[in-house]
Design a binder for this molecule. Structure first.
Ligand SMILES: Nc1ncnc2c1ncn2[C@@H]1O[C@H](COP(=O)(O)OP(=O)(O)OP(=O)(O)O)[C@@H](O)[C@H]1O
Length: 608
């Protein structure tokens, strides 16, 4: 859009400064203005084919003509020129202003563009950061979801594995229980059969024996009747003869006065003599028994009831052993007591130490043997006393309580008696917990407490005469003052497999192999009762080892009893032969019996 005024345009009247040329224009007649007005009102303007309107040019030419015809043409030109120059200057100014404005606009536009770009960049950066955050968030969430699903899968897997292992375990248990039940059933059936067999055998045996006995009884009866008749006749003859003599004598006394007096006096004196002698002997014997006799608390002793009885029994034992042959061994060493090698060694060391203690006149050491019942505590104590060269006396803790108020006196008597041993004495108190338990127990009687105090008093100092050996299954029950007096503590565990094997061998030897062997002895065979000999067929060490494995948890006593049962089963059999089958049968039912006993005990423990 141009802001310059067009001198040839009719609209140039809008110029700010009126030109002299225009003045005439303004003063022009209405006739002069008509063409233009006509022109303006021309509803059909003339145009070239290209659309150019020549009217303006025509008007311009007309105006120039008018100016040229005017006297002030030059002035008009100058004014017009000046006007033009002014207008041009204005135009320049306006142009400069416009350019400045444009430049400002441009600057503003650039600034705006810059701002916009900056904003855009910032926005882009923010969008990018947000995108990155969003992506990061997404990745994190995806990873979390992945992890979560992985964990869930793992959990599921672990659960499935656990369920599977539980199922397997249950299946295994069920199978095991079924096998156990089957085994128990089989064992029960076998035990039942064995019992039945043994019962039938025993019955057959008993019947046989009864029959034999009946036959023997008949013969004996006949013999006895004959013997009794002979005896009766003999006695009748003797009585008749005696009464003949007595009758003669009585008749003589009754007829002679002096003889009658002497006879009555003699009979009276004899009766008085007999009575006095009997009572006197009773008093003296009581005194001797109190001084020399063995206290009633002692159940078993190597010293015998009286000093001379020890000598007699030793003599007899020496005699009987001597008669067994030149190489005959006195005792079995520790051969009869089968213990774990370490325990055996410890007892041997203790025996050696005790023997030396006595020879050096040093004080003895007291001992405590503890362990399950029937593990050889008493036997070991006996052997220990024998090996250490001491006398040996056994009492049981359970015997003290029934003595009541007598208990204290008996304990003192026991220690007084023990002190009399020349060699020193090992006093073994079995079931010590029954007597020496904690003093403040409510169920302990006053008499029992006093007896315990008496024992504590007698054992307060270390003794050079008495070794106290206590045995108990419950060492924890002992009074603390008693425990304080113990110097050596030995545990007797249940025998291990090797010990069980040795025990089986020992008792097989004792109860079966050596049974019925004819021993040369000083006792006449007439008085000796011989047992029937047992034949052993094919009982190898392997079978004994197999039995040792089966008899796990058996005590020494149980193994001894088991072999006694084997002996009974052999005697129950017809041919008195022990073969592997019979041996295994007895072992199996004894093991089942043991198991049953344990179950009862467990049930009892559970119910307590
Ligand atoms: N270690 C063993 N060696 C050989 N026989 C044994 C052994 N243990 C036990 N016995 C057998 O058991 C029987 C009892 O043994 P002992 O009296 O020595 O046992 P305990 O431990 O003292 O028992 P409790 O605690 O019941 O008094 C013995 O007569 C013997 O037949």
């Amino acid at each position: 859009m141009s802001r310059f005024p067009n001198p040839f345009s009719s609209s140039s009247s809008s110029s700010s400064q009126p030109s002299p040329a225009i003045v005439p224009d303004q003063q022009s007649t209405p006739q002069e203005e008509t063409p233009s007005r006509v022109r303006n009102d021309n509803p059909n303007p003339r145009t070239t084919a290209a659309g150019f309107d020549p009217e303006a040019l025509e008007r311009g030419v007309e105006a120039i003509k008018k100016i040229n015809s005017s006297q002030n043409a030059k002035k008009v030109f100058e004014i017009t020129k000046k006007q033009e120059e002014t207008r041009q200057a204005e135009m320049h100014v306006k142009k400069a202003e416009f350019e400045a404005l444009q430049a400002q606009h441009e600057t503003e536009r650039q600034r705006v563009i810059y701002e916009e770009q900056k904003k855009l960049v910032k926005q882009q950066a923010e969008t990018k950061a947000q995108m990155a955050r969003y992506e990061d968030e997404l990745t994190r969430k995806r990873m979390q979801a992945d992890n979560e699903s992985q964990r869930a899968r793992n959990r599921e897997l672990v659960k499935m594995q656990e369920e599977s292992s539980i199922r397997q375990e249950q299946a295994r248990r069920t199978t095991e229980e079924q096998i156990q039940a089957q085994r128990r059933q089989t064992e029960r059936e076998r035990a039942e059969m064995e019992r039945e067999t043994i019962r039938v055998r025993a019955m057959a045996e008993a019947e046989g024996r009864a029959h034999e006995a009946k036959l023997a009884e008949d013969v004996n009866k006949r013999m006895l009747v004959e013997r009794a008749n002979a005896e009766r006749e003999k006695w009748v003859a003797a009585i008749n003869t005696t009464f003949d003599h007595i009758g003669g004598g009585v008749r003589a006394i009754l007829t002679d006065q002096n003889k009658l007096v002497v006879a009555v006096g003699g009979i009276t004196a004899l009766a008085a003599g007999i009575y006095t002698t009997r009572e006197g002997a009773r008093v003296i014997w009581g005194y001797v028994d109190r001084i020399l006799g063995q206290p009633s608390l002692i159940r078993e002793s190597s010293r015998g009831k009286y000093p001379w009885s020890g000598m007699i029994s030793r003599g007899i034992s020496t005699l009987s052993h001597k008669t067994e042959g030149p190489g005959a061994k006195i005792g079995n060493g520790f051969g009869d007591v089968i213990l774990h090698p370490s325990l055996n060694k410890r007892i041997e060391q203790l025996a050696g130490a005790t023997a030396n203690t006595k020879s050096h006149q040093a004080p003895f050491r007291n001992m405590l043997f503890y362990g399950p019942p029937g593990t050889g505590k008493t036997m070991a104590a006996r052997e220990l006393a024998r090996k250490s060269g001491l006398d040996y006396a056994l009492m049981t803790g359970g015997d003290v309580a029934p003595l009541g108020s007598q208990a204290v006196t008996k304990i003192h008597q026991l220690f007084d008696w023990s002190k009399k041993s020349r060699k020193g004495l090992l006093l073994f108190i079995d079931e010590a917990d029954a007597f020496l338990c904690e003093r403040n127990k409510t169920y302990m009687s006053e008499a029992q407490r006093s007896a315990l105090n008496a024992l504590l008093f007698r054992t307060g100092d270390q003794s050079k005469d008495i070794v106290l050996a206590l045995a108990t299954n419950r060492p924890g029950d002992l009074d603390s003052a008693v425990s304080d007096r113990i110097d050596e503590v030995l545990e007797f565990p249940l025998p291990g497999e090797e010990e069980r094997f040795k025990l089986l061998k020992l008792y097989l030897d004792k109860y079966i192999s050596k049974v019925g062997e004819r021993k040369s002895s000083w006792i006449p065979s007439f008085f000796r009762k011989e047992q029937q000999k047992i034949e052993i067929k094919g009982l190898t060490d392997d079978i004994l080892r197999e039995a040792a494995v089966k008899t796990e948890d058996f005590s020494g006593r149980e193994i001894a009893k088991l072999m006694a049962s084997v002996q009974a089963a052999v005697y129950g059999s017809q041919d008195c032969v022990l073969d592997p089958n019979l041996f295994r049968e007895v072992i199996d039912y004894k093991v089942a019996e043991h198991q049953q006993r344990r179950n009862f005990a467990d049930a009892k423990d559970g119910s307590v």
